[in-house]
Each structure stands twice: as C-alpha cells, then as structure tokens.
Design a protein around this ligand. Sequence first.
Ligand code: ZN
Length: 336
Amino acid sequence: MPIPREVVAALVSVGTVFALAGTFFSPAAAPPPPETAPVASPPPSAEAEVQGVGRGEAAAATVRLLGEDGQVRVLALEEYVQGVLAAEMPASFQPAALEAQAVCARTYALSRAQSGAHAAQNADVCADPACCQGYLAQDPSGWGQDAPLYREKLRQAAQNTAGQVLRMDGQLIHAVFHASSQGATAPAQAVWGSAVPYLVSVPTPETPETVPQLESEAVFSPEEFRRRVLAAYPQADLSGPATGWLSGLERGDWGGVERVTVGGVTLTGGQLRSLLGLRSARFTPEVTDQALTFHVSGYGHGVGMSQYGAELLAREGADCPAILAHYYPGVTLEPM
Ligand SMILES: [Zn+2]
C-alpha cells in the first residue's frame, strides 16, 4: 500500500499509556486515547503466521508476541486482542466501540504477521506502540475496583468479534485509527500523500461538549518557535517580526492544515504539528509579536476510525459493523 513505512513510523510514535481508562467523559477525565496508526506493510501472498481458519475456529488461532523484554510469547489471538484493547481504548467505552477496536486490533495483527514485520525475531507483532500496537498483559492500574467489570467487557468485545477482520478486495486493510477529530476525519492523502480508497474523509460526531480536551491550545514565544523551526529547517528565515513568519496556510475540506509556509519553507500541516507537538494538524495560528498561539482541535493524525467518534456513534445506537462501515467505507467485515 502506498503509505510509506517511514512516515507511518513517525506517526505511530506517540506512546500507549492507557492506565487511566475508566474516567472518560467524567469531569476528571483522563488523557484521551493516544494516537495510534497501526499501518502494516502490504500483505504478501505468503501464508499468514496467524493461522485463523474461520470464525468458528478463530479461538484456536495464536499470535507470537515479542515483548519489551525481548521474549516471544505465544498467545491465543483473542487473548492478545484483549490486551491490545486494554492498551488502546478506555474500557469504559461502549461495547460496540470496543468491538470495533477489537476488529482493528485483530486486522492489524494479522497484517503484521503476513508482512513478516517481526519474522527475524520469530514473532508476529511486538508490544511496542511505536512499532506495532500497544499490549497490556496486566490490568491498567487506573481500573481500580472496576477491573473485573472492565476485564469482562474486553473479553466480550474480543469474543463477540472473534475471528473477524476488515478486508477490501480480499486484502486486509490498514486499520488506522486516532483518538478524535472534529467535523470530519482526514483522508490518507492529506496526511501521508497517497490516497487509500477506504481512508477517506467522513463525518464524525465529536464536539467539545462530548469529548474531553477536544480543543486545545499551544503557545510559543517567538524565541521558542524559532528554536524549534531552525533545529529542523535551518534554511527558514525567521529574522523579522513573528507576525511575518507564517503565510500561505491551506486548509483541506476536512478542516486540517495541508500546507503552511514558515519563514519561506513550505511544510505540511503534519510536519508543523510534529515540530510543535500539537495534538493534531487541525489548527489555527494566531500570531502577535509576543506569542504564536495555535488553537487545535482533535487528537491524532485524523485518519481512519476516530475512537471517540466510535464511542459517540455507539451511544447513538450504532453497532460494531456500522461503526466500521462508517469510518472505513467500502470495506467488508469477514472471517479470517
Ligand atoms: Zn513491532
């Protein structure tokens, strides 16, 4: 598939720390889900390492997980999926949202196995969210007394979708997802430069009232902004007043910044986002001589399923297949 691996590697580098699940949508909300872009290399024609032979037999499938200690453990696939859910989505989310996430996790693991990403280590996937996808063997500490309830929810999400994966034209899809968007998701082309038929911009229901920290703000002094830009782009001319540094901002239909010129250097919205550590590329700059303020909405690269969007759709009654069909138009939910 056309998403360059090195680009993806940069985009998935936000860690997976989901120990605080359970308090979302409450006033004392935990941080939103991390950005995660589980994009695999193109599935080759070789046999998958994950040997799932059909929905009814999926429980027998296993996955070889390379742990952070360097050891490879063989897990039942659905047990692995539960550990990914614990790492990647608040267990307080609606069952249908958790099921959608389970399908994404399973699809991703299978595609990683097919691509041989960790073949050299005799593994299918690793537990490093900067490489593959997060995995928690133990209950997140933030679950507290709700741990038995949450553990059961994740078990049911895996079981209810056991063996189901997403495909288009017979190929496993790149089931990328992100925490939240506002208004619409981003098309892959705007973020990674190549169009992917099922990673197009679709409406998504998040609002500042329904998602904690959907809107954020990042403020930089002119000195700090200059330091960050010049470290990466020494050719940028930031010699004059700050009010003249940004120009040519182009916004895509989906609401995010696709291009902006900084001191004469044209960057993508994603590049400036990385440079400044903004929560998304959907930002509006406000520049004075004293400060550069970025008003940001959403969290993550914005492509594929929005986790908070999935949660809100589920609250409105959407089931798992409906959520997946919404965020990945044209794909089919099939047995492995
Ligand atoms: Zn990996």
